[in-house]
Write a protein that binds this ligand. Structure first.
Ligand SMILES: Nc1nc2c(ncn2[C@@H]2O[C@H](COP(=O)(O)OP(=O)(O)OP(=O)(O)O)[C@@H](O)[C@H]2O)c(=O)[nH]1
Ligand SMILES: O=C([O-])CC(=O)C(=O)O
Ligand SMILES: [Mn+2]
Length: 630
């Protein structure tokens, strides 16, 4: 096969469709009878009139619908069915090579005032953006089916849950949304005249008509080189155009659960965070709930699924990417995972690093941009120790180990129902959420940042979160490895001014007082002089989690360090690890000079927020400088 085969045109699945003929446009809504909400029907009707689809399909979320849609996409060449004995119910999709990750420079926060989006977001005036979008979406679904995808984020009717409706012309997005959310008529039935819901419109921006309005063939991965991922926080609307991939197209995820969600949280007193949620049980049977924010492709899914190497400890998964947090009546911070599936990074996931993920993807999984084996199963770098001698790579080309390029795209992903996760905690079903004992911030830092440190206070913890920086990964377009500030791992996901967001965190901490979870910082990625990781990571991270849990109970000893409380000699369990004292020392090394330099960069970073920056953070920066210079 050749590269252009990826963009090959595919036959329209519906054999009654003939190319070169006039394309009909529907105006019939076909709404299910139980839908009576006028605002909802009017919104859908407006989008239908604007986008001019040929058909409308309301997604009921049933198995029958899944079966019919996947069959249609297999016929159309969009999905490749995998070997049903090795990987039952699973499919491979190959994206356009130009549509492989979130597009942060095409992501916009369209708040009425530019200052409300803040200096870290791309801002557009809502009126002019709306006008631009109306032009782009005009007829953008011609010749396609418009899918109405109702979904609940969190258990139906739960105190932290929310509902949304995504309109999309991408059946691939529909299938992924069915895995990632509680999708279908049960979610739709949640919407009555009093329930707020988030409207989200998505089009791949490739209508099936030519200039004269005649039908043309589809491609295996329709998309448009013009991309817009737009958020209107004040009206809670999402409009996404031109991409079919991940966070650009599955609008429940980054667009709703984080960008719109974070702004809803500001207004309503809760938090929408880029965090995994993990339940730990000690050898004595005590349970701890931990949430951790790491930037994209920095280890959330892996930590959420870790298998502790410390004897007697048990870890169970609640969420791997997004957490919604809300203080309860007792002032404890409760967390839910609003999602119902994993959209996990494939490369690096293998039996040794993440056996739980490997058993989760046994079947019923959509793989995107991984390689295909000769027996029709999937493969990616890091999946097995032995590399297959022949593969079809993510672009659809023949591949051998000496091809000199990765077989799977570095941001290739698996989409899989969370209920297949063997370590899923019962708490995932709990609509009230779990009470958090600890919050962890981390990043990918080859230097400077110690393996673990505890914040001196909530306020210091917010400072730690606000100053997270991390090396760029393949999860977004851009240069991999470059260091960038990623406060709270929310840089690309905060739907409003980041300084106001820090203020919101500080206010919530004040409200919770002594009930607030403890805050920690971790770094699994410190490297030695020849560039290899000094900390073994993965299951061994349970040693750090054990220390954190013991700190929650004031059991483990800590020493005051310049950047936080660090384990006292002997208090971090490193028994049986191949780590000498010198390496251990290096994992915790704080070089005052480098840190003072970093403080200067922090000051520069803070300065751009002007007087919106909470004064508490300026105080914390001064205190840190003081400790470093002491
Ligand atoms: N060295 C090292 N690598 C890790 C560790 N944990 C995860 N990784 C690697 O980091 C990469 C990304 O890990 P994930 O767990 O998928 O990251 P994520 O934060 O869930 O990513 P998103 O889904 O993009 O938000 C994978 O290649 C992992 O193998 C660790 O403890 N040590
Ligand atoms: O949103 C995506 O495309 C994938 C993801 O989880 C992230 O980048 O954090
Ligand atoms: Mn993520």
């Amino acid at each position: 096969m050749t590269m252009t085969d990826v963009n090959k045109t595919v036959s329209n699945a519906d054999s009654s469709v003939t190319l070169g003929q006039k394309v009909p446009v529907t105006t019939r809504l076909n709404a299910p009878e139980f839908v009576t909400n006028r605002a909802l029907l009017r919104w859908i009707s407006d989008i239908v009139v604007l986008t001019k689809p040929e058909n409308i399909h309301w997604c009921d979320g049933s198995d029958a619908e899944w079966t019919a849609l996947t069959a249609e996409l297999v016929t159309g060449g969009v999905l490749i069915p995998l070997n049903s004995e090795l990987r039952p119910g699973s499919f491979l999709a190959r994206s356009d090579p130009d549509d492989v990750a979130r597009v942060e420079d095409r992501t916009f926060i369209c708040s009425v005032n530019e200052a409300d989006a803040g200096p870290t977001n791309n801002w557009r005036d809502p009126d002019s953006m709306n006008a631009e979008l109306k032009v782009l979406f005009d007829g953008s679904m011609r010749g396609r089916t418009l899918y109405v995808v109702p979904f609940s984020m969190g258990p139906f009717g739960g105190p932290i849950s929310q509902v949304g409706i995504q309109i999309t012309d991408s059946p691939y997005a529909v299938l992924n949304m069915r895995i990632m959310t509680r999708m279908g008529f049960d979610a739709l039935a949640q919407i009555d005249d009093k329930t707020p819901w988030v409207p989200a419109v998505h089009s791949v921006g490739q209508p099936l008509v030519d200039e004269s309005g005649l039908r043309i063939a589809d491609s295996a991965w329709p998309s448009n080189s013009t991309k817009y991922i737009c958020h209107f926080p004040e009206t809670r609307e999402i409009w996404s155009y031109g991409s079919g991939y991940g966070g650009n197209a599955l609008l429940s995820k980054k667009c709703f659960a984080l960008r719109i969600g974070s702004y809803m949280g500001l207004q309503e007193g809760w938090l929408a965070e880029h965090m995994l949620i993990l339940k730990l049980t000690s050898p004595e049977g005590k349970a701890y709930h931990v949430a951790a924010a790491f930037p994209s492709a920095c280890g959330k899914t892996n930590l959420a699924m870790l298998r502790p190497t410390v004897p007697g400890w048990k870890a169970e998964t609640i969420g791997d990417d997004i957490a919604w947090l809300r203080p309860d009546a007792d002032g404890r911070l409760r967390a839910i995972n609003p999602e119902a599936g994993f959209f996990g990074v494939a490369p690096g996931t293998g039996e040794i690093t993440n056996p739980v993920a490997m058993s989760t993807v046994w079947g019923n999984t959509i793989f995107t941009n991984v390689a295909l084996t000769d027996d029709n199963d999937v493969w990616w770098e890091g999946m097995t120790e032995k590399t297959p001698s022949h593969l079809i790579d993510w672009r659809g080309e023949d591949w051998t180990p000496d091809s000199g390029r990765p077989a799977a795209h570095p941001n290739s992903r698996f989409t899989v129902p969370i209920q297949q996760c063997p370590t899923l905690a019962d708490d995932w079903f709990e609509s009230a959420g779990v009470p958090l004992d600890a919050i962890i911030f981390g990043g990918r830092r080859a230097t400077n940042v110690p393996l673990v440190a505890e914040a001196f206070s909530w306020q210091h913890g917010v400072f730690i979160g606000a100053t997270v920086s991390s090396e760029k990964t393949a999860a977004a377009e851009g240069t991999v490895g470059e260091l960038r500030r990623d406060p709270f791992a929310m840089l690309p996901f905060c739907g409003y001014n980041m300084a106001d967001y820090w203020g919101h965190w500080l206010a919530l901490g004040e409200k919770m007082g002594a009930n607030a979870p403890k805050i920690f910082q971790v770094n699994w990625f410190r490297k030695d002089d020849d560039g290899s990781f000094m900390w073994p990571g993965f299951g061994e991270n349970s040693r750090v989690l054990e220390w954190i849990a013991r700190r929650v109970d004031d059991e483990a000893h800590a020493t005051i360090g310049a950047v936080g409380l660090v384990p006292s000699q002997g208090s971090l369990n490193v028994e049986g690890l191949d780590l000498n004292d010198e390496v251990l020392g290096k994992l915790f090394e704080v070089n005052e000079k480098l840190w003072l330099d970093e403080c200067d960069l922090t000051e520069e970073f803070f300065d751009q927020f002007g007087d919106r920056l909470p004064s508490e953070l300026t105080t914390e920066l001064a205190d840190l400088r003081g400790r470093l210079s002491a």
